[in-house]
Ligand binder design. Structure first.
Ligand code: HEM
Ligand code: HEM
Length: 186
């Protein structure tokens, strides 16, 4: 069983975390945008329920997503497939920026709640207490701006990343998508 990455491909750890993170990020986008819509429609009960899910689910998957970012940097990355250096640069930069955007969301989200003087309630099972003694307006506004930047960064980069993956799968047919589905055979 190939757990870690090698020069020819990704190991199961990277593959599992890559697709788990995709599912978690879809759930975060769905609940975040649905809460925003409910707010715009003036449905406060729905907004509260959706934001409750957004923050509780976010707190529940935080460790998986942080492990995903850390393991990218703790392991070697497979050798890039032969392609022009400019495309290699864009692809590597997109990967690093995607990981940065995940970090921005997972720092700014909790900070937006805590700086508002509130604890993070995790499905009414337990709460992660705020380290702030009282509401801090400057930190709160900064965290909200960072959370908005992170979300648009993620959307743009995911679009670029998926287009790249589709180009490799259907135009180049060079096995790049295959190596994110199963480790290379040894
Ligand atoms: C990949 C991860 C995440 C994504 C894609 C994401 C996405 C979003 C979106 C689309 C909104 C818009 C809702 C609105 O403007 O009303 C939002 C708001 C919010 N999110 Fe997240 N989020 C993520 C992670 C988190 C985490 C981990 C937390 C906290 C545990 C969190 C807490 C919040 C809070 C408090 C708001 C409302 C305040 C604000 O608009 O800044 N988010 N998020
Ligand atoms: C349908 C959606 C997606 C597809 C088809 C896809 C496909 C791929 C493929 C084929 C690779 C291997 C690239 C290579 O070896 O050069 C890869 C790597 C990567 N993907 Fe995705 N991806 C998707 C969604 C995402 C999302 C949502 C994120 C993060 C927000 C992400 C972050 C990364 C990163 C950081 C890498 C570099 C390797 C690693 O650290 O795991 N991907 N992806």
């Amino acid at each position: 069983m190939q757990w870690t990455n090698n020069e020819r491909g990704y190991g199961w750890l990277s593959i599992a975390l890559h697709w788990l993170a995709l599912i978690a990020i879809i759930a975060m986008f769905w609940s975040g945008f649905a809460a925003e819509n409910a707010g715009e429609l003036g449905d406060r009960a729905a907004r509260r329920a959706l934001m409750g899910f957004h923050t509780a689910f976010g707190a529940s998957v935080a460790l998986i997503l942080l492990a995903r970012v850390a393991l990218h940097f703790l392991q070697r990355q497979p050798t890039p497939v032969p392609q022009p250096p400019a495309l290699n640069f864009i692809s590597t930069a997109t990967h690093k920026l995607l990981l940065l955007a995940i970090l921005i969301q997972f720092i700014s989200g909790p900070l937006a709640i805590w700086s508002g003087g509130r604890d993070i309630n995790v499905f009414d099972l337990f709460a992660i207490p705020t380290p702030f003694a009282e509401r801090n307006e400057a930190v709160h506004e900064g965290a909200e701006v960072a959370h908005a930047i992170g979300r648009w960064m993620l959307l743009g980069l995911i679009a670029l990343h998926v287009l790249g993956a589709l180009k490799h799968a259907f135009i180049d047919r060079d096995g790049v998508l295959r190596r994110m589905l199963a480790p290379a055979e040894t």
